[in-house]
Every structure is written in C-alpha cells, then in structure tokens.
Ligand binder design. Structure first.
Ligand SMILES: [Fe+2]
Length: 392
C-alpha cells in the first residue's frame, strides 16, 4: 500500500511545478430546491405540489454552495445558476439526444462547434473556451514516452452528492490484463499534476459535467475486480501533447490496438500545429473486441473495424464504451517535416473503483477517493437518471 507520504516523495515526470496551494475547503448541497423564492411563488409551488404528487419541480437540481475560498479566487461552473436560461435547456435536450445515440451505438462523435454551444449552455464562459486552447503550453514531459508532454489529475463523479470533485494524487498504471500492451504496461507511472489553470476552467468543468450526463446510468460490459455497485466513479484526466520532430515520430497510441482499462473514455481535441490532417494524422479507429491487442494501426483487420474518426476542430469530442470497443490511432505527421508537429488533447478515463478485495487489480493500492488537499475543486452535476429531492 502506498501511503500519502510516500506518494509525495515520488519523483514527478517534471520537476517544474505550477502548483499554487489553495486552502482545502468543503462544498455542500443545500436541502432546498431552486425556484423563484418570493413568499407567493413558494406558496403557490407548495400548493401545486400538494395537488400534484408527481411534482415536475423535483427535477430541478438543488442549489449549490461552493466553498468561498474557491469562488473567491475564480468563478466555478454552477449548472444550478443556469436553470432559468433557455440555452441551458437547449443544451440539456441536445445532450440527451447524444446520450440516446451513445446508448444505442456505444460510441458518439460530437463536432467541436456543437460542443462549444453545449458547454456554453451548461455555463462555461467564452474566455475559458479560449483559455482551454492554450493550456497545453504548460506541459513539459512524460514519465515513459519521449514524444509526449503530459499532466494528469484524478476526479470523482460522486452520484451520492451529484457533484464531481478533484481527488488526491495517485500514480497511474495500466496492465496487459486490461488490454494495454506496451513497454511500460504494469509500470507505476508518475505524472505531473493538472493545475488550477485547467481544473478551474469552466469549459473544462463543463466537459466533466457533459461526460457525467452522457454516462450516468449507462449499463456496459463489466471489467473484473471493479465495484459496479459503487456510486462513486474515478475519472483520470490526461492533458497530452503528442510531438513529432524531425528525429522522432509522435504516436498518440504507441501501444497499437488497446483499451484504456476503464468503462467510458472521452477524448477532446484542443488544437494542433503543423499537423497534416489530410495525410490522415491522428485518426482514431474503433475495433471489435476480437481485434488483437497490440496490433499496429497498419495491421488491423477490416472485418474488425467498426468506425474511423479524426479530431480536426477545437472541441471535437469522441465518447466510447471502453469495455465494448478497442481502439487505435495513426501517428502525428507533419506538414513541414523540418519543424515540430504537435497535437493537444484532453483524455477522460472513467471507471468504477477497484473492489476492496481487489484480488490483484493493478490499481488496487492507488485508487484513493480522498479529496485533493492542495488543489480542491468541486462542481455540481446534472444527472438525467436521478430525481432530485427523492433521495434516489
Ligand atoms: Fe486509448
């Protein structure tokens, strides 16, 4: 078992840190619902409720009281503040259509321009959408891959509190058993941590809320040794820059055909430079589970190929059921071969926690659900499968 003291002493991929300590603080949900709070309106609502036991207002989310130490520094995404804006309902309606598509097809691709509207509808700011395009400039190195710059951070989708919060640092590992065959399979990897620059960006927080809305309550094939009864899911977020130079080829999936060892994977494109899209750079292929793990994208069998997508525009987003699809990617090819080519992504891995008696799961000892003490973040979720106020 790795203790928190040992964790803090582990060497990071980069010694350069942007960490800015913030007071740890808690967030909480208030027990009352959100509607116009004049005495008359409350009285009329209560009267209507007594006459109508299937009160539609129970579907409104409760109000949210974020910690003052967080809001004092920077506004946080609060979907409960959006509930009287038509754009919020348009976004929710569109996301529910995407959710239906996801449930049917087990993957869904959303164009970036559509994604931007959805994130704004959930309450993200335009300034934060712009800032998201530059956040990868502060990535420096990767623990095992020379052509990649990376950071990660762990978040908890907590369906008991209807919120998503930052979790304390833990190392990361994927194993061959999880259909991840690479030279560093089974190795405990220590990444630099995602900082406030990203986690307090409202567009990023809206991406988390979006993923929660799509995936909550969606039944999938199950992985061994994960707790499918838990109402807390772990989301490991990677901010990655894949770099091709004149001397090294940048491969977004050096491991070839693989799965990410989780239940739901979401990949969001932030941008690229000098990347040759027309030459099929960084194309994502989705495969039947019968495809051989580790096969290069040049070795994939057509009969196992389910679909092909290419992230081309800011916020282009792919969501897939990771237990039911394998995937692979082509490399990043440059337009000008004398210069670096780079591709920036956010990757959201989400899975159930490892069972208490994990029985040898690679992440058994690095699966803490304690909140992050120095980089707190928590925002409310909208959960389509949950009836607020009914205790379900
Ligand atoms: Fe992957």
């Amino acid at each position: 078992m790795l203790t928190s003291t040992v964790m803090k002493q582990l060497p990071r991929a980069s010694t350069r840190s942007l960490r800015r300590p913030i007071q740890a603080a808690s967030t909480r949900l208030q027990p009352h619902r959100l509607y116009h709070e004049t005495p008359n309106s409350r009285a009329s609502v209560e009267t209507a409720r007594s006459l109508n036991p299937t009160d539609p207002l129970t579907n409104l989310p409760p109000t949210w009281s974020p910690a003052p130490t967080i809001t004092g520094n920077r506004p946080q995404l609060d979907i409960t503040k959006q509930v009287f804006k038509p754009s919020y309902y348009q976004a929710v309606a569109e996301i529910m259509k995407l959710r239906s598509k996801y449930i049917t097809n087990r993957s869904v691709f959303i164009e970036g321009s559509d994604m931007a509207s959805l994130l704004l509808g959930l309450g993200a700011t335009r300034a934060d959408l712009d800032a998201l395009q530059r956040v990868s400039d502060n990535l420096y190195s990767d623990p095992t891959l020379p052509f990649r710059r990376s950071r990660n951070g762990r978040f908890c989708f907590d369906f008991s509190t209807s919120s998503v919060r930052r979790l304390e640092f833990q190392p990361f590992a994927l194993s061959v058993e999880e259909d991840f065959k690479r030279h560093d399979s089974g190795q405990i990897r220590v990444f630099d941590e995602v900082q406030d620059e990203l986690q307090l960006n409202t567009a990023f927080q809206a991406l988390l809320v979006f993923k929660g809305m799509i995936c909550h309550g969606v039944a999938t094939a199950q992985r061994p040794r994960l707790d499918y009864y838990s109402d807390k899911w772990v989301c490991t977020l990677f901010n990655l820059r894949t770099v091709t130079t004149p001397s090294i080829l940048g491969e977004p999936a050096l491991e070839g055909v693989h799965t990410d060892g989780v239940d739901h994977t979401m990949t969001t494109y932030l941008g690229s430079e000098n990347m040759d899209l027309a030459a099929n750079s960084a194309v994502t292929f989705m495969h039947d589970m019968n495809e051989e793990t580790g096969a290069k994208y040049t070795e994939i069998k057509p009969q196992n190929l389910r679909s092909r997508v290419q992230h081309r525009h800011f916020l282009d987003t792919l969501l897939l059921v990771d237990t039911e699809n394998k995937h692979s990617l082509s490399p990043v090819l440059p337009v000008d071969g004398t210069k670096e080519a780079m591709r920036d992504m956010l990757i959201f891995f989400t899975r159930r926690p490892v069972k208490k008696d994990g029985g040898g799961h690679i992440s058994e000892s690095i699966d803490s659900f304690r909140p992050h003490g120095e980089l707190p973040m928590e925002v409310p979720l909208f959960l389509p499968g949950k009836i607020y106020g009914k205790g379900q």
